[in-house]
Design a protein around this ligand. Structure first.
Ligand code: AMP
Length: 186
């Protein structure tokens, strides 16, 4: 299964992604994790990305698309993958479509984890990560609203979008997701 996981920061995507990759034996492709690793390793890409990440802005599309192209070419992706945090802009989605069309491996499903914005702010503020100051949180939510949310319509039109209610316990949300994915896979 080739899947994209979309949701605002704080929706619980990472937690659900961990469980989904285990159940469906997928490679986990998190651009946030890749960028944090590059930043910690102090590579050129990592240093450049940090300028954007530290203020809650999106890293430029060219950087992200290059990272994903390289990652998708690795053999573990052949058995299916979950894209977590990518694409986040229409330009990234179009670049992904083009890459997958060339490989003749289209997406099977795009999952959206839905959580209301006031709930997100509370969750993110409570998480207390160093990059989660109120101003940065606000900027990340704005980036989601303005740059990523248009993807819902983009994938909706392609008939790929499935939305999941992201309120409830981790277990409840996981079960809702499994019902949807089992339908897609059948
Ligand atoms: P995440 O852990 O997915 O919330 O990502 C952390 C930060 O990495 C984001 O706030 C962005 O600055 C950057 N980032 C991750 N994925 C992308 C992407 N697909 N496009 C642009 N920036 C990204």
């Amino acid at each position: 299964m080739r899947m994209v996981f979309i949701g605002p920061p704080g929706a619980g995507k990472g937690t659900q992604a961990e469980r989904l990759i285990e159940k469906y034996k997928l490679a986990h492709l998190s651009t946030g994790d890749m960028l944090r690793a590059a930043r910690d390793a102090k590579t050129e890409v990592g240093k450049k990305a940090d300028e954007y990440m530290s203020s809650g802005q999106l890293v430029p599309d060219e950087i992200i698309v290059a990272i994903i192209a390289e990652r998708l070419a690795q053999p573990d992706c052949e058995g299916g993958y979950l894209l977590d945090g990518f694409p986040r802009t229409i330009a990234q989605a179009e670049a992904l479509d083009q890459m997958l069309a060339e490989k003749k491996t289209p997406l099977d499903v795009v999952l959206e984890l839905q959580v209301p914005e006031d709930e997100l702010f509370t969750r993110l503020a409570g998480r207390g990560r160093a990059d989660d100051t109120p101003e940065v949180i606000r900027q990340r939510l704005v980036a989601y609203r303005e740059q990523t949310r248009p993807l819902l319509e983009y994938y909706g039109k392609k008939g790929l979008l499935k939305s999941i209610d992201g309120l409830g316990t981790i277990e409840e949300i996981f079960e809702r997701t499994v019902i949807v994915l089992d339908e897609v896979a059948s």
